[in-house]
Ligand binder design. Sequence first.
Ligand SMILES: [Zn+2]
Length: 444
Amino acid sequence: MVDLVIRNARLVSPEGIVRGELAVEEGRISEIAASGLPKADREIDAKEKIVMPGVIDIHAHLYDHHYLPREDFRNGSAAAAAGGVTSVIVMPLDTPMLTPRAIKTIIGLGQKESLIDFALHAGNMTADSIKDIPKLASLGIKSFKAFTCAPYGIQDPVLGELMTAIKNVDGFVFVHAEDDKILRKQTKRLLKEGRRDPLAHAESRPNEAEERAVERVIKLAKQTGCKLHLAHITTRQGAELVGKAKKKRMSMTSETCPHYLLFTKEDMQRLGPYLKVNPALKTGEDCAALWDALAKGVIDIVSTDHAPGTKTEKELGWKNIWTAQAGIPGVETLLPLMLSEGVAKGRLTLERLVDALCTKPAQILGFYPRKGVIRKGSDADLVLVDRKKEVTITAEKLHYKVGWTQYDGTIVKGMPVMTISRGVVVAEDGEVIGKPGHGQFLFK
Ligand SMILES: [Zn+2]
Protein backbone atom coordinates (compact mmCIF):
# COMPACT_ATOMS: atom_id res chain seq x y z
CA MET A 1 0.00 0.00 0.00
CA VAL A 2 1.04 3.58 -0.66
CA ASP A 3 2.43 5.31 2.45
CA LEU A 4 0.78 8.68 2.12
CA VAL A 5 -1.67 10.52 -0.10
CA ILE A 6 -2.39 14.25 0.03
CA ARG A 7 -5.74 15.14 -1.51
CA ASN A 8 -7.54 18.38 -2.41
CA ALA A 9 -4.26 20.22 -2.82
CA ARG A 10 -3.17 23.14 -4.92
CA LEU A 11 0.20 21.84 -6.01
CA VAL A 12 2.90 24.33 -6.97
CA SER A 13 4.45 22.29 -9.78
CA PRO A 14 6.70 23.17 -12.74
CA GLU A 15 3.48 23.43 -14.80
CA GLY A 16 2.10 26.07 -12.46
CA ILE A 17 -0.42 25.83 -9.65
CA VAL A 18 -2.65 22.82 -10.28
CA ARG A 19 -5.48 21.21 -8.32
CA GLY A 20 -4.69 17.61 -7.57
CA GLU A 21 -3.43 14.79 -5.39
CA LEU A 22 -0.08 13.32 -4.70
CA ALA A 23 1.07 9.92 -3.45
CA VAL A 24 4.24 9.08 -1.53
CA GLU A 25 6.04 5.76 -1.42
CA GLU A 26 9.30 5.14 0.42
CA GLY A 27 9.91 8.83 0.88
CA ARG A 28 9.44 9.79 -2.75
CA ILE A 29 6.61 11.23 -4.78
CA SER A 30 5.25 8.16 -6.56
CA GLU A 31 2.23 9.62 -8.32
CA ILE A 32 0.61 12.95 -9.12
CA ALA A 33 -2.94 13.01 -10.44
CA ALA A 34 -5.97 15.26 -10.78
CA SER A 35 -7.99 12.79 -8.70
CA GLY A 36 -8.66 9.11 -7.97
CA LEU A 37 -5.40 7.97 -6.37
CA PRO A 38 -5.89 4.74 -4.38
CA LYS A 39 -6.20 4.81 -0.60
CA ALA A 40 -3.01 5.07 1.42
CA ASP A 41 -1.86 4.24 4.96
CA ARG A 42 -2.09 7.90 5.82
CA GLU A 43 -4.45 10.34 4.14
CA ILE A 44 -4.08 14.09 4.39
CA ASP A 45 -6.86 16.40 3.24
CA ALA A 46 -5.16 19.64 2.21
CA LYS A 47 -8.54 21.38 2.03
CA GLU A 48 -7.51 23.40 -1.01
CA LYS A 49 -4.36 24.67 0.65
CA ILE A 50 -1.12 25.21 -1.24
CA VAL A 51 1.32 22.30 -1.30
CA MET A 52 4.80 23.40 -2.30
CA PRO A 53 8.26 21.80 -2.21
CA GLY A 54 10.07 22.04 1.12
CA VAL A 55 12.23 25.12 1.52
CA ILE A 56 16.00 24.76 1.18
CA ASP A 57 18.03 27.16 3.31
CA ILE A 58 21.43 27.29 1.68
CA HIS A 59 23.09 29.45 4.36
CA ALA A 60 22.58 28.55 8.03
CA HIS A 61 25.16 28.48 10.82
CA LEU A 62 23.63 25.66 12.86
CA TYR A 63 26.63 24.22 14.57
CA ASP A 64 29.88 25.26 16.17
CA HIS A 65 30.92 23.30 19.24
CA HIS A 66 32.39 26.47 20.76
CA TYR A 67 29.06 28.28 20.56
CA LEU A 68 26.42 25.77 21.60
CA PRO A 69 24.36 28.25 23.66
CA ARG A 70 23.64 30.01 20.37
CA GLU A 71 22.43 27.09 18.30
CA ASP A 72 22.93 23.39 17.65
CA PHE A 73 22.01 20.82 15.04
CA ARG A 74 19.02 19.34 16.83
CA ASN A 75 17.47 22.64 17.88
CA GLY A 76 18.28 24.50 14.68
CA SER A 77 16.90 21.77 12.43
CA ALA A 78 13.75 21.59 14.59
CA ALA A 79 13.20 25.34 14.25
CA ALA A 80 13.80 25.05 10.50
CA ALA A 81 11.27 22.21 10.20
CA ALA A 82 8.65 24.23 12.07
CA GLY A 83 9.15 26.99 9.51
CA GLY A 84 8.72 24.78 6.43
CA VAL A 85 12.43 24.16 5.74
CA THR A 86 13.22 20.56 4.73
CA SER A 87 16.90 20.88 3.80
CA VAL A 88 19.50 23.03 5.43
CA ILE A 89 23.01 23.64 4.21
CA VAL A 90 25.19 24.16 7.22
CA MET A 91 27.75 26.92 7.06
CA PRO A 92 30.84 27.02 9.27
CA LEU A 93 30.73 29.70 11.96
CA ASP A 94 34.13 30.18 13.57
CA THR A 95 35.61 26.71 14.06
CA PRO A 96 37.06 25.60 10.70
CA MET A 97 35.33 22.89 8.68
CA LEU A 98 38.32 22.33 6.46
CA THR A 99 39.77 18.88 6.94
CA PRO A 100 38.24 15.52 5.96
CA ARG A 101 38.25 14.66 9.67
CA ALA A 102 36.34 17.80 10.70
CA ILE A 103 33.85 17.30 7.88
CA LYS A 104 33.29 13.61 8.77
CA THR A 105 32.69 14.53 12.42
CA ILE A 106 30.02 17.06 11.52
CA ILE A 107 28.35 14.74 9.01
CA GLY A 108 28.17 12.10 11.76
CA LEU A 109 26.72 14.56 14.21
CA GLY A 110 24.13 15.78 11.72
CA GLN A 111 23.06 12.21 10.96
CA LYS A 112 22.46 11.68 14.66
CA GLU A 113 20.90 15.02 15.52
CA SER A 114 19.24 16.59 12.50
CA LEU A 115 15.48 16.33 11.98
CA ILE A 116 15.78 17.28 8.31
CA ASP A 117 18.20 16.61 5.46
CA PHE A 118 21.40 18.58 5.41
CA ALA A 119 24.59 19.27 3.53
CA LEU A 120 27.72 21.21 4.44
CA HIS A 121 29.81 24.01 3.06
CA ALA A 122 33.53 23.68 3.73
CA GLY A 123 35.23 26.73 5.16
CA ASN A 124 36.22 29.22 6.04
CA MET A 125 38.80 28.68 3.30
CA THR A 126 42.45 29.56 3.87
CA ALA A 127 45.51 29.39 1.64
CA ASP A 128 46.58 26.18 3.42
CA SER A 129 43.27 24.43 2.90
CA ILE A 130 43.31 24.64 -0.92
CA LYS A 131 45.30 21.41 -1.19
CA ASP A 132 42.56 19.47 0.61
CA ILE A 133 39.79 20.44 -1.81
CA PRO A 134 39.87 17.16 -3.83
CA LYS A 135 39.62 15.14 -0.59
CA LEU A 136 36.71 17.27 0.64
CA ALA A 137 34.99 16.91 -2.73
CA SER A 138 35.23 13.12 -2.50
CA LEU A 139 33.28 13.36 0.78
CA GLY A 140 30.43 15.07 -1.05
CA ILE A 141 31.40 18.66 -0.36
CA LYS A 142 31.12 20.87 -3.41
CA SER A 143 30.74 24.29 -1.88
CA PHE A 144 33.54 26.29 -0.30
CA LYS A 145 33.05 29.45 1.75
CA ALA A 146 35.54 32.28 1.44
CA PHE A 147 35.72 35.86 2.72
CA THR A 148 37.26 38.95 1.19
CA CYS A 149 37.27 40.69 4.59
CA ALA A 150 38.13 40.14 8.24
CA PRO A 151 38.08 38.00 10.23
CA TYR A 152 38.40 35.19 7.65
CA GLY A 153 39.53 37.23 4.66
CA ILE A 154 41.95 35.92 2.06
CA GLN A 155 43.85 38.02 -0.45
CA ASP A 156 42.72 38.15 -4.07
CA PRO A 157 45.59 36.00 -5.45
CA VAL A 158 44.71 33.27 -2.93
CA LEU A 159 41.03 33.58 -3.82
CA GLY A 160 42.04 33.11 -7.46
CA GLU A 161 44.00 29.95 -6.64
CA LEU A 162 41.09 28.73 -4.56
CA MET A 163 38.68 29.26 -7.43
CA THR A 164 40.87 27.28 -9.81
CA ALA A 165 41.05 24.37 -7.37
CA ILE A 166 37.27 24.45 -6.86
CA LYS A 167 36.64 24.55 -10.59
CA ASN A 168 38.73 21.39 -10.95
CA VAL A 169 36.37 19.45 -8.68
CA ASP A 170 33.27 20.97 -10.37
CA GLY A 171 32.30 22.77 -7.17
CA PHE A 172 31.40 26.36 -6.49
CA VAL A 173 32.84 29.13 -4.38
CA PHE A 174 30.53 30.83 -1.86
CA VAL A 175 31.85 34.32 -1.18
CA HIS A 176 31.18 36.89 1.51
CA ALA A 177 32.15 39.98 -0.47
CA GLU A 178 32.99 43.20 1.36
CA ASP A 179 36.13 45.23 0.79
CA ASP A 180 38.44 44.85 3.77
CA LYS A 181 40.27 48.14 3.26
CA ILE A 182 37.07 50.17 3.26
CA LEU A 183 35.76 48.39 6.37
CA ARG A 184 39.01 48.97 8.22
CA LYS A 185 39.21 52.62 7.22
CA GLN A 186 35.62 53.34 8.25
CA THR A 187 35.95 51.47 11.54
CA LYS A 188 39.13 53.34 12.39
CA ARG A 189 37.45 56.69 11.68
CA LEU A 190 34.37 55.86 13.77
CA LEU A 191 36.47 54.65 16.71
CA LYS A 192 38.49 57.86 16.54
CA GLU A 193 35.26 59.84 16.73
CA GLY A 194 34.33 57.85 19.82
CA ARG A 195 31.27 56.32 18.16
CA ARG A 196 29.84 53.30 20.01
CA ASP A 197 26.17 53.61 19.09
CA PRO A 198 24.39 50.90 17.03
CA LEU A 199 24.38 52.96 13.83
CA ALA A 200 28.17 53.14 13.90
CA HIS A 201 28.17 49.49 12.94
CA ALA A 202 26.14 50.22 9.81
CA GLU A 203 28.37 53.16 8.94
CA SER A 204 31.46 50.98 9.23
CA ARG A 205 30.19 48.78 6.40
CA PRO A 206 28.99 51.12 3.62
CA ASN A 207 27.53 50.23 0.20
CA GLU A 208 30.85 50.97 -1.42
CA ALA A 209 32.49 48.08 0.48
CA GLU A 210 30.12 45.58 -1.12
CA GLU A 211 30.32 47.20 -4.54
CA ARG A 212 34.12 47.11 -4.67
CA ALA A 213 34.42 43.52 -3.46
CA VAL A 214 31.60 42.15 -5.62
CA GLU A 215 33.21 43.71 -8.66
CA ARG A 216 36.57 42.10 -7.92
CA VAL A 217 35.15 38.70 -7.02
CA ILE A 218 33.08 38.55 -10.22
CA LYS A 219 36.20 39.44 -12.20
CA LEU A 220 38.22 36.68 -10.52
CA ALA A 221 35.48 34.13 -11.13
CA LYS A 222 35.35 35.13 -14.76
CA GLN A 223 39.13 34.78 -15.11
CA THR A 224 39.24 31.37 -13.45
CA GLY A 225 35.96 30.01 -14.84
CA CYS A 226 34.88 28.96 -11.36
CA LYS A 227 31.17 28.83 -10.53
CA LEU A 228 30.40 31.65 -8.12
CA HIS A 229 27.68 32.11 -5.53
CA LEU A 230 27.61 35.48 -3.82
CA ALA A 231 26.40 35.42 -0.23
CA HIS A 232 23.90 37.98 1.09
CA ILE A 233 23.74 40.83 -1.43
CA THR A 234 22.61 43.90 0.51
CA THR A 235 22.94 46.85 -1.87
CA ARG A 236 21.49 48.23 -5.08
CA GLN A 237 25.03 48.43 -6.46
CA GLY A 238 25.72 44.77 -5.64
CA ALA A 239 22.52 43.67 -7.35
CA GLU A 240 23.35 45.77 -10.43
CA LEU A 241 26.80 44.20 -10.76
CA VAL A 242 25.26 40.72 -10.54
CA GLY A 243 22.73 41.71 -13.20
CA LYS A 244 25.47 42.92 -15.51
CA ALA A 245 27.55 39.75 -15.05
CA LYS A 246 24.54 37.56 -15.75
CA LYS A 247 23.80 39.47 -18.94
CA LYS A 248 27.27 38.47 -20.04
CA ARG A 249 26.28 34.86 -19.30
CA MET A 250 28.55 34.41 -16.31
CA SER A 251 28.05 31.17 -14.43
CA MET A 252 27.05 32.77 -11.17
CA THR A 253 24.22 33.00 -8.66
CA SER A 254 23.47 35.20 -5.68
CA GLU A 255 21.32 35.42 -2.60
CA THR A 256 19.89 37.97 -0.24
CA CYS A 257 18.32 37.46 3.20
CA PRO A 258 14.95 38.54 4.64
CA HIS A 259 16.58 41.10 6.94
CA TYR A 260 18.15 42.96 4.02
CA LEU A 261 14.74 43.11 2.33
CA LEU A 262 12.81 44.12 5.44
CA PHE A 263 15.00 46.32 7.64
CA THR A 264 17.05 49.45 7.09
CA LYS A 265 19.92 50.68 9.24
CA GLU A 266 17.49 53.17 10.83
CA ASP A 267 15.80 50.19 12.47
CA MET A 268 18.96 49.80 14.54
CA GLN A 269 17.85 52.82 16.57
CA ARG A 270 14.96 50.71 17.83
CA LEU A 271 16.47 47.22 17.90
CA GLY A 272 20.10 48.18 18.42
CA PRO A 273 22.54 45.25 18.66
CA TYR A 274 19.72 42.82 17.83
CA LEU A 275 20.12 44.02 14.26
CA LYS A 276 23.90 43.88 14.22
CA VAL A 277 24.66 41.71 11.19
CA ASN A 278 27.50 41.38 8.70
CA PRO A 279 27.16 42.80 6.12
CA ALA A 280 25.25 45.60 7.87
CA LEU A 281 21.73 46.78 7.02
CA LYS A 282 21.47 49.46 4.36
CA THR A 283 18.75 51.91 3.20
CA GLY A 284 15.17 51.79 1.96
CA GLU A 285 16.42 52.41 -1.55
CA ASP A 286 18.57 49.28 -1.26
CA CYS A 287 15.63 47.22 0.06
CA ALA A 288 13.52 48.28 -2.95
CA ALA A 289 16.33 47.42 -5.37
CA LEU A 290 16.78 43.99 -3.73
CA TRP A 291 13.06 43.18 -4.00
CA ASP A 292 13.15 44.17 -7.63
CA ALA A 293 16.27 42.10 -8.34
CA LEU A 294 14.74 39.15 -6.52
CA ALA A 295 11.48 39.34 -8.45
CA LYS A 296 13.41 39.42 -11.74
CA GLY A 297 15.70 36.54 -10.76
CA VAL A 298 18.86 38.69 -10.83
CA ILE A 299 19.12 37.71 -7.19
CA ASP A 300 18.39 34.02 -7.41
CA ILE A 301 17.48 32.96 -3.92
CA VAL A 302 16.75 33.98 -0.34
CA SER A 303 18.72 32.33 2.44
CA THR A 304 18.69 33.14 6.15
CA ASP A 305 22.33 33.45 7.26
CA HIS A 306 20.90 32.11 10.54
CA ALA A 307 23.62 32.93 13.09
CA PRO A 308 21.98 34.03 16.34
CA GLY A 309 23.84 35.40 19.31
CA THR A 310 22.61 34.95 22.87
CA LYS A 311 20.77 37.82 24.58
CA THR A 312 23.83 38.39 26.77
CA GLU A 313 26.08 38.65 23.71
CA LYS A 314 23.66 41.13 22.14
CA GLU A 315 22.82 43.26 25.17
CA LEU A 316 26.50 44.29 25.48
CA GLY A 317 26.03 46.28 22.30
CA TRP A 318 23.67 48.92 23.69
CA LYS A 319 26.64 50.52 25.45
CA ASN A 320 29.22 49.65 22.87
CA ILE A 321 28.08 48.23 19.55
CA TRP A 322 31.57 46.98 18.66
CA THR A 323 31.42 44.40 21.49
CA ALA A 324 28.08 42.84 20.46
CA GLN A 325 27.94 39.55 18.56
CA ALA A 326 27.08 39.95 14.86
CA GLY A 327 24.31 37.69 13.58
CA ILE A 328 20.60 37.01 13.93
CA PRO A 329 18.25 34.01 13.86
CA GLY A 330 16.17 33.30 10.76
CA VAL A 331 15.48 29.67 9.78
CA GLU A 332 11.99 29.53 11.24
CA THR A 333 10.65 32.82 9.88
CA LEU A 334 12.03 32.64 6.33
CA LEU A 335 8.96 31.15 4.64
CA PRO A 336 6.29 33.04 6.65
CA LEU A 337 8.02 36.38 5.95
CA MET A 338 8.47 35.69 2.26
CA LEU A 339 4.86 34.55 1.93
CA SER A 340 3.65 37.64 3.71
CA GLU A 341 6.02 40.42 2.61
CA GLY A 342 6.67 38.87 -0.79
CA VAL A 343 3.55 37.12 -2.08
CA ALA A 344 0.73 38.67 -0.02
CA LYS A 345 2.11 42.17 -0.69
CA GLY A 346 2.43 41.49 -4.42
CA ARG A 347 6.20 41.78 -4.65
CA LEU A 348 6.65 38.16 -5.74
CA THR A 349 4.41 35.61 -7.39
CA LEU A 350 3.95 32.36 -5.52
CA GLU A 351 5.73 30.61 -8.39
CA ARG A 352 8.75 32.89 -8.05
CA LEU A 353 8.78 32.35 -4.29
CA VAL A 354 8.94 28.58 -4.83
CA ASP A 355 11.64 29.08 -7.43
CA ALA A 356 13.69 31.27 -5.06
CA LEU A 357 13.27 29.20 -1.90
CA CYS A 358 13.13 25.66 -3.30
CA THR A 359 14.00 25.05 -6.94
CA LYS A 360 16.96 27.39 -7.45
CA PRO A 361 18.70 26.43 -4.18
CA ALA A 362 18.44 22.76 -5.21
CA GLN A 363 19.89 23.59 -8.63
CA ILE A 364 22.75 25.62 -7.17
CA LEU A 365 23.67 22.74 -4.87
CA GLY A 366 23.24 20.06 -7.53
CA PHE A 367 20.38 18.34 -5.68
CA TYR A 368 17.79 19.04 -8.37
CA PRO A 369 15.42 17.31 -9.24
CA ARG A 370 15.76 15.11 -6.17
CA LYS A 371 14.99 18.23 -4.15
CA GLY A 372 13.26 21.52 -4.84
CA VAL A 373 10.38 20.38 -7.04
CA ILE A 374 7.07 18.54 -6.92
CA ARG A 375 7.54 15.89 -9.53
CA LYS A 376 7.24 12.11 -9.77
CA GLY A 377 10.41 10.52 -8.39
CA SER A 378 11.50 13.54 -6.33
CA ASP A 379 11.88 13.34 -2.56
CA ALA A 380 8.57 13.97 -0.82
CA ASP A 381 9.78 17.13 0.90
CA LEU A 382 6.60 19.16 1.07
CA VAL A 383 5.05 22.10 2.87
CA LEU A 384 1.34 22.77 3.27
CA VAL A 385 0.74 26.49 3.27
CA ASP A 386 -2.29 28.37 4.49
CA ARG A 387 -2.12 31.63 2.58
CA LYS A 388 -4.89 33.23 4.62
CA LYS A 389 -3.61 32.41 8.07
CA GLU A 390 -2.50 35.49 10.02
CA VAL A 391 -0.05 35.12 12.87
CA THR A 392 1.84 37.52 15.10
CA ILE A 393 5.44 36.37 15.34
CA THR A 394 6.67 36.16 18.91
CA ALA A 395 9.87 34.73 20.34
CA GLU A 396 7.88 32.39 22.61
CA LYS A 397 6.20 30.67 19.67
CA LEU A 398 9.48 30.08 17.86
CA HIS A 399 11.96 27.32 18.67
CA TYR A 400 15.21 29.25 18.85
CA LYS A 401 17.60 28.41 21.64
CA VAL A 402 18.45 32.10 22.08
CA GLY A 403 14.82 33.01 22.83
CA TRP A 404 14.54 36.15 20.72
CA THR A 405 13.67 37.24 17.22
CA GLN A 406 14.08 40.55 15.42
CA TYR A 407 10.54 40.04 14.08
CA ASP A 408 8.85 40.00 17.48
CA GLY A 409 5.38 41.52 17.05
CA THR A 410 5.44 41.34 13.23
CA ILE A 411 2.13 40.19 11.76
CA VAL A 412 2.46 37.81 8.84
CA LYS A 413 -0.17 36.58 6.41
CA GLY A 414 0.55 33.10 5.07
CA MET A 415 1.95 30.29 7.20
CA PRO A 416 3.36 26.80 6.74
CA VAL A 417 0.94 24.51 8.57
CA MET A 418 2.62 21.17 7.89
CA THR A 419 6.17 20.19 6.96
CA ILE A 420 6.91 16.79 5.41
CA SER A 421 10.43 15.44 5.02
CA ARG A 422 10.75 12.41 2.69
CA GLY A 423 7.15 11.47 3.40
CA VAL A 424 7.37 11.91 7.18
CA VAL A 425 5.48 14.72 8.91
CA VAL A 426 8.12 16.61 10.92
CA ALA A 427 6.12 19.67 11.96
CA GLU A 428 2.46 20.58 12.21
CA ASP A 429 0.95 23.98 13.08
CA GLY A 430 4.25 25.26 14.42
CA GLU A 431 4.79 22.20 16.59
CA VAL A 432 7.81 20.01 15.92
CA ILE A 433 7.05 16.30 15.74
CA GLY A 434 10.08 15.10 13.79
CA LYS A 435 12.80 12.99 15.35
CA PRO A 436 16.54 13.65 15.55
CA GLY A 437 18.34 11.25 13.23
CA HIS A 438 15.73 11.39 10.49
CA GLY A 439 17.86 13.88 8.55
CA GLN A 440 20.22 12.48 5.94
CA PHE A 441 23.45 13.92 4.64
CA LEU A 442 22.98 15.07 1.07
CA PHE A 443 25.90 13.83 -0.97
CA LYS A 444 26.91 15.54 -4.16
ZN1 LIG B 1 26.86 33.51 7.13
